[in-house]
Design a binder for this molecule. Structure first.
Ligand code: HSE
Length: 431
């Protein structure tokens, strides 16, 4: 039976996502109320500029200039934080709201990746609920899938395309044969990429999301202790060679349990063209999860934008209204495991290596001598035409080997006189 009292919401931050949440809750008020079992009422808002026309009617909500004040409004049941940033006002608001026993819904991946354990423990202490579905892969209900739909499985690994900006850049580089810099400049001109896009292109945004996914998947606290590599160094020539070898380059967030410990990392990887992740183009996101009983499941959809992100925020609100208050990371914080992390360089896999070398006799012998010394076994070797800037490209793919051995091989290659530029190494991820 529906409750008489409405569920009262306060929203901090009225950018694209905040406006999307207001639209869903007002346009579909009856349906949302039916699903929640009580009416959902926005009562207060805090944002930077009160006079800005956001295309939605905000006149019936009380306005606070200081977002932390929202936590002091007695009637409020849920604070929705859409401000961003791992520290500063968002963290203060989260702490204040949860300490006051108010449930907290956020799209803020940095906040949860860095302070998730503390905030989850605070929520447990006061009986509040902490939810952050919109923080990872926007509209894809991947956290709910891990916490609920896949709860019967031991998760051995997951792989995600978690940053739409990077996927958009890599897609256009491939389709149009453009350089990374050219696509980035165009994406910024069109408003797709931030003026300071480093969080996206250097892999930090993907790392925040990977940390949260790993925590839900493995029952650990979120941790940013991982290797992070973005897409700045991906060249069109690597995209072309990837295709020739049967792969497509994607920026992946990876979390897997191995005998050497938990491996979490963010890196560009060559993905087989037939794999589901290779087919995820433009700004779409996708996650592949491997469970022991369910096998492989694949989730794909829009990872950002007004509608998809607001859809995830509203789902969290409805979950809380329904009293579906499982622990933020799937298990209570005192049951979160402290699994050992895989030491750096221990990753075992296959690798793509591109060298620009002098076109002279004896070069191949020098290269193979280094490979033999480092005990790195080659699966294939390609050489085609001349490289721009002089010399020729040699493309190697390795058999299964430790990353540390390939890194050491690359250092030795760099010392060879015949090697004309720093070699490129890209992981091959075989799904
Ligand atoms: N900046 C992110 C992306 C969206 O490009 O996917 C928000 O997480």
């Amino acid at each position: 039976m529906a409750k008489d009292r409405a569920l009262k919401i306060a929203i901090a931050g009225l950018g694209t996502v905040g406006v999307g949440v207001v639209k869903i809750l007002t346009q579909h008020a009856e349906l949302m109320g039916a699903r929640a079992g009580q009416a959902i009422e926005i009562i207060a808002i805090s944002a930077r500029d009160r006079s800005r026309n956001r295309g939605v009617d905000l006149t019936s909500y009380s306005w606070s200039d200081n977002l932390v004040d929202l936590a002091a409004i007695e009637d409020v049941d849920i604070i929705v934080e859409l401000v961003g940033g791992s520290d500063g006002p968002a963290l203060t608001l989260a702490r204040t709201a949860l300490a006051a026993g108010k449930s907290f819904v956020t799209a803020n991946k940095a906040l949860i990746a860095v302070h998730g354990r503390e905030l989850a423990a605070l929520a447990e202490k006061t009986g509040a609920t902490l939810r952050f579905e919109a923080a990872v892969a926007g509209g894809i209900p991947i956290l709910k899938s891990l916490a609920e739909g896949l709860a019967g499985n031991h998760i051995s690994g997951l792989y995600g395309i978690l940053n739409g900006t990077c996927n958009y850049i890599l897609t256009r580089m491939e389709r149009e044969g453009l350089s990374f810099g050219e696509v980035l400049a165009d994406a910024q001109r069109l408003g797709y990429a931030e003026a300071d896009p480093s969080f996206d292109i250097d892999g930090i945004d993907t790392a925040h999301k990977t940390a949260i996914l790993a925590a839900l998947a493995f029952g650990t606290a979120p941790s940013m202790d991982m290797t992070i590599e973005g897409i700045r160094n991906i060249a069109p020539v690597d995209i072309d060679y990837a295709k020739e070898l049967g792969y497509r380059i994607k920026l992946l967030g990876v979390a897997r349990q191995t005998e050497e410990g938990v491996e979490t990392s963010v890196h560009p990887a060559m993905v087989p063209l037939a794999a589901p992740l290779a087919k995820v183009m433009d700004a779409l996101n996708a996650v592949v999860v491997q469970g022991d009983h369910v096998g492989e499941t694949v989730y794909t959809g829009a990872g950002a934008g007004e509608g998809p992100t607001a859809s995830a925020v509203v789902a969290d609100i409805i979950d809380i209204a329904r009293g579906n208050s499982y622990p933020a990371f799937g298990v209570p914080t005192d049951a979160l495991k402290d699994l050992p992390a895989m030491p750096p360089g221990q990753h075992k896999g296959t690798f793509y290596v591109r060298l620009r070398v002098e076109d002279a006799s004896g070069v191949m012998a020098d290269i193979t001598a280094v490979l033999a010394r480092e005990n790195v076994s080659i699966e294939s070797m390609l050489q085609r035409g001349m490289a721009p800037g002089g010399g020729v490209y040699i493309i190697l793919t390795t058999h299964l080997t430790a990353e540390a051995a390939v890194s050491s091989t690359l250092k030795h290659f760099t010392k060879l006189e015949c090697v004309l530029e720093t070699p490129t190494m890209i992981r091959i991820e075989a799904f």
